[in-house]
Design a protein around this ligand. Sequence first.
Ligand SMILES: NC(=O)c1ccc[n+]([C@@H]2O[C@H](COP(=O)([O-])OP(=O)(O)OC[C@H]3O[C@@H](n4cnc5c(N)ncnc54)[C@H](O)[C@@H]3O)[C@@H](O)[C@H]2O)c1
Length: 365
Amino acid sequence: MTRVLLTGAAGFIGGHIRSALEPNHDVVAIDAMLASAHGHSGEHGSGEYGSGDTSSGESGRDITRVDVRDHAALVELLTGVDVVCHQAAVVGAGVNSADAPAYASHNDFGTAVLLAAMAETGCTRLVLASSMVVYGEGKYRNAAGDLVMPGPRTRLADGIFENTDPATGEVLDWTLVEEDAELRPRSTYAASKVAQENYALAWSLATGGSVTALRYHNVYGPHMPRNTPYSGVAAMFRSSLEAGKAPQVYEDGHQARDFVHVSDIAAANTAAIDAALPGFTALNVSSGHPITIGEVASTLSDACHGPAPEITGQYRPGDVRHIVASPEKARRTLGFVAAISPEQGLREFATAPLRDAEGTGAPRV
Ligand SMILES: NC(=O)c1ccc[n+]([C@@H]2O[C@H](COP(=O)([O-])OP(=O)(O)OC[C@H]3O[C@@H](n4cnc5c(N)ncnc54)[C@H](O)[C@@H]3O)[C@@H](O)[C@H]2O)c1
């Protein structure tokens, strides 16, 4: 049976991956139980990076409390491990620059320590949780069909949200982003996800190890963290609806995204673990059914019989306008095709249980 070290096993996605793996894999589940993700009751104990004891996570399943920055603990746990499935990270877009050291420490440094421990113990395969945020802004064409790199969006305050051709001012149409697109991170979190990929690529070149970096698009599903500045937009809409309030939609609601169900993310991880692709491979993991943020909000409102979304016209300067992935390479290399459409999955998500993570504050180093 393939032995898998699963990091971030107590997290939203890690929990679903664990359930998908356990019937046919020998899973070693670890998590530092960060307060920013699990509240102060779940916080890791004393010692530089965590205690290594085993406790029950929110799901009641055993989790070994280990921080991926703890080299000695990892070396011990990696004995006999065939594949590492690395989900542990500080997540979310980051609220301000004060969060930067936490992203750099848990995500960049944590991945570097993990890779060094893998090299030391002869573990040669990594499946890495990456993200669409590595791309930054999506990919665009003009009316003639040529690819155009949009300039910065300078007229947001006038309600002009679409990207335009910096040379002609023509409004551009989005097109599917493939894995060879340039990486242009726009947040501290995104910079740390690029760094994780870069460390893993360098490790693969140096050791001959295998890395499959799965670039998840907008993930949603049961046990997603509730409304915090670090949770995804679907959970924020859900939280508004639970409070009887209309979901607040930024810009004009026409921003295109790909919402992929967490059980499909778990299936993609299982496929990557079982496929053992050689060298470094980055793959988009998406549903293949683009949807706008306005449609996400109205699907949830309908399903909850709640108030219709409010299109606020507000904006965040760092936001990208459209980002939609091509799912083709994941289908070709892993045979992965998402099973749940956003229309079906979001309706179910409207009443799914969420993880309480309120009041736990910003991530700490
Ligand atoms: N949720 C999304 O929409 C999404 C999208 C793209 C990529 N991702 C990636 O998927 C992975 C899982 O994210 P999630 O949404 O489940 O987040 P989550 O916060 O629910 O889970 C992350 C887990 O990692 C743990 N962790 C953080 N730092 C750690 C460390 N140093 N050592 C050990 N454990 C540590 C946390 O305690 C938490 O349990 C992350 O790598 C994230 O970047 C998530």
